[in-house]
Every structure is written in structure tokens, then in C-alpha cells.
Design a protein around this ligand. Structure first.
Ligand SMILES: [Zn+2]
Ligand SMILES: [Zn+2]
Length: 133
């Protein structure tokens, strides 16, 4: 049997730190937490490496985060080629849905239901309630 994907990544990215944990996560700037025995292990691992390679630093839960998730999956797709990992779009879509739902909920105005927008400071403003009342 050849080397596991984890061993190969550790070799190819010696400046990244891979540690076992409860859930997959990227801890900026260089730590990849992996969940042993997880479904879609290889792909989720590549995704977290994708965050590191994209230089992601801050991890707020906002629209910016969704962009980062998409970017990390883009990197994971390239890495999947390199490491001959089957790229399962369903896994990607269901992972992204978590963030899409979150952004959708967060962007809805709790008073009137309109879609709010995010200011550069990361606050949400309702075009109706916050400006016309
Ligand atoms: Zn991610
Ligand atoms: Zn409103």
C-alpha cells in the first residue's frame, strides 16, 4: 500500500501542521485539524489545505466566509487532481449549503423579512427598517 494522503500532504507542505481533532477545521495561519475516520476524509482534508493555500486568515461567519469556502473548494479541486482523489460535487454542495443557509438566515431582516445588506464593517442593515423608520 502506498502512502496515505495525509502522509503525502505532510511531506509536500512541511510548513503546515496537521493535528487530529473532533472536526475538520483550518486554524489560521497553518494548522489543519482533521477528523479521523470521517466520511469523505480525503476531500475534506484537501478543502482545509485549500484554506491554508488561499492564505485565509480571519474566519468570521459572514458573506466573506462563504467566498472563502468557495475559494478553498476551488483549491481542493486542483489538489484532488494532483493527489488522484475523486472529487465528489455532492460533498462540496452539501458543505457549501451549510454556509449558504447561514448567510440567507442572517441576511433576512427579523422585522420585515427583506434581505438586508452587509456594511463594510460587517453589520447588517435592512433597506426598510434601518433607513425609513
Ligand atoms: Zn472551509
Ligand atoms: Zn426590515
Amino acid at each position: 500500500m502506498g502512502k496515505s494522503i495525509l502522509e503525502r500532504l505532510e511531506e509536500d507542505y512541511p510548513d503546515l501542521k496537521f493535528v487530529a481533532g473532533k472536526k475538520f477545521a483550518f486554524r489560521p495561519p497553518r494548522t489543519i485539524v482533521f477528523e479521523e475516520g470521517s466520511d469523505s476524509f480525503d476531500l475534506l482534508l484537501l478543502h482545509e489545505v485549500g484554506h491554508a493555500l488561499s492564505g485565509h486568515k480571519t474566519f468570521g461567519m459572514n458573506i466573506e466566509r462563504l467566498k472563502m469556502e468557495v475559494e478553498a473548494w476551488g483549491k481542493a479541486r486542483e489538489l484532488a487532481d494532483t493527489y488522484a482523489v475523486p472529487f465528489d460535487e455532492d460533498v462540496v454542495e452539501s458543505e457549501l449549503d451549510t454556509y449558504r443557509n447561514w448567510v440567507h438566515q442572517k441576511s433576512r431582516c427579523p422585522k420585515c423579512g427583506l434581505t438586508r445588506f452587509e456594511t463594510p464593517e460587517g453589520n447588517y442593515r435592512c433597506p426598510q427598517c434601518d433607513y425609513f423608520n
